[in-house]
Design a protein around this ligand. Structure first.
Ligand code: NAD
Length: 475
């Protein structure tokens, strides 16, 4: 089939390359000429495992091309996937839909044949209906076009795998023709047994938002338990393990730590809150305010713990930060908890040296100031404290004995509860983590210690505000 993918960022570039890889003729469209130039040359403009290989393969075999011209897109195909960004608005919790609206407004008058516009971006419920009206208003006489929604569930770091082998496909359609076209696009996956849920657009839009709200809730739930563990001497890692044995609960997304970030979960739960208010059912999802606040509190708690470990002040101290991206296997630093913590400790007077395997360029742009290092040893040399903030695999493979010889003092905060604390302690490190006792108790030893992370006195938590990674924190 011939199709276009409009918006070739993390979602669209992967979707375009994967659609070509399963045999379609694909034209990728973006307003960013540098992105298009890189993609057309078969170069991934961001780090995503497996993407360079499928980009090269499909640009070379001619099934995948790129352009900045929407005119060319309208000429090329009658099926258009919309993958542009839907960030949080600067002035509210709501999603900024101006990019999806611009695509529909731009495309409508260019269409000369009956067409299907399929949204993949994450949007508030009701968007397909509103965009359908916009599209209809802009069409030439005699041209028929409709909008469907086909939300995307890929995870950065696994995006190629997730796109080629999704858990499920969800199609929000208003006509049998749209359903047939989408089934044809994904025919090879349907033959492989991938579940296909055909529904109305509102349900399809909600599936994505509800899925991200559930995942965010699971993460914040275990982080809330970590706070209770800190106050009571219990161990959140053992708690999560024991909870996870219950098949109704499951172990995944129950890793306590610094919390979630990135370009999706935070803005998606806020956009959901805003949309629910508009629908006058704000109360039904008001718990998401708490989810957001718990999440932001982990950033503050990590900074508080670090300051405490350093004796009460960051001034004049040297801190090594391991990890800048919002998650491993991505170079994405959008709303990165690691960078939020880095910014705060730098603002409090620490000299901060940051290492990340793939995110240094983006981190340097997002947060100028800290020293960015391509080598872990360089980042850790003479450090008074090492902060493990993003759980890249290579940090789990570090040799704590070797690293202890490099640092100024062997102090580690494992803000992702991902390192082998017993191994690091055996190598002489003072290891601390959110939700874990200072010494993890051995069964029957009764040596659990209650841990209180001091906060500034007389403070209260306020609701997060857009663009401020610490707005859930005490003022
Ligand atoms: P992104 O910022 O990486 O990419 C968006 C792209 O759209 C950019 O390249 C931008 O230049 C382009 N664009 C903006 N306006 C345009 C226009 N009028 N015409 C053509 N191109 C235009 O964002 P992303 O992470 O790819 O996310 C896109 C959407 O997909 C969002 O709604 C997001 O919530 C959703 N999503 C993202 C992921 C993910 O893991 N990143 C997963 C599932 C869903």
């Amino acid at each position: 089939m011939r199709l276009t993918v409009i918006g070739t960022g993390y979602l669209g570039a992967v979707h375009a390359a994967c659609m070509a890889d399963i045999g379609h003729d694909v034209l990728g469209v973006d307003t960013d000429p540098r992105k298009i130039e890189a993609l057309a040359a078969g170069r991934a403009p961001f780090f995503e495992p497996g993407l360079p290989e499928i980009l090269t393969r499909n640009t070379e075999n001619g099934r995948l091309r790129f352009t900045t011209s929407l005119n060319e897109a309208a000429d090329f195909a009658d099926l258009h996937f919309v993958c542009v960004g839907t960030p949080q608005r600067p002035d509210s919790l709501a999603a900024d839909l101006s990019h999806v609206e611009a695509v529909v407004d731009g495309l409508a008058p260019l269409l000369t044949r009956d067409s299907l516009v399929v949204g993949k971006s994450t949007v508030p419920v009701g968007t397909t209906r509103a965009l359908s009206r916009r599209l209809a208003a802009g069409l030439r006489p005699g041209v028929d076009a409709e909008v469907a929604w086909n939300p995307e569930f890929l995870r950065e770091g696994y995006a190629v795998q997730d796109t080629l082998h999704p858990d499920r496909l969800v199609a929000g359609v208003t006509s049998p023709r749209a359903d047939q076209l989408l089934r044809a696009v994904y025919e090879s996956m349907l033959r492989a047994g991938v579940a296909y849920v055909s529904t109305d657009p509102a349900t399809a839009e909600l599936v994505k938002v509800a899925a991200n709200s559930f995942l965010a809730t699971k993460i914040s739930f275990i982080n809330a338990m970590a706070e209770v563990c800190d106050a009571s001497g219990a161990d959140v890692v053992t708690l999560a393990e024991a909870l996870g044995h219950d098949a109704r609960i499951g172990r995944r997304f129950l890793s306590a730590g610094l919390g979630f970030g990135g370009g999706c979960l935070p803005k998606d739960i806020r956009a959901f809150l805003a949309r629910a208010e508009e629908l006058q059912v704000g109360e039904a999802v008001s718990f998401l305010h708490q989810i957001d606040r718990i999440n932001h509190r982990q950033r503050r708690r990590t900074v508080d713990l670090a300051r405490h470990v350093l004796g009460g002040s960051f001034a004049g101290r040297r801190v090594a930060v391991l990890g800048a991206t919002f998650k491993p296997d991505s170079d994405d630093v959008r709303d990165s908890p690691a960078l939020a913590v880095t910014a705060e400790i730098a603002a409090e007077g620490a000299e901060v040296l940051v290492h990340d395997p793939e995110g240094l360029d983006n981190a340097r742009t997002a947060l100028p100031g800290p020293t960015y290092c391509t080598d872990v040893t360089q980042a850790c040399r003479d450090a008074d404290l090492v902060l493990h903030l993003t759980e890249w695999r290579q940090y789990r493979d570090l040799d704590p004995v070797e690293l202890a010889e490099v640092v100024g003092a062997p102090r580690l905060i494992d803000a992702r509860n991902a390192l082998d604390s017993a191994l690091w302690r055996a190598a002489g490190w003072n290891v601390r983590a959110l939700g874990r006792p200072v010494h993890v108790p051995q069964p029957g030893s009764g040596d659990a210690l209650r841990v209180t992370i001091p906060q500034a006195a007389g403070t209260s938590w306020t609701a997060p505000t857009p663009g401020d990674p610490f707005s859930g924190a005490p003022k």
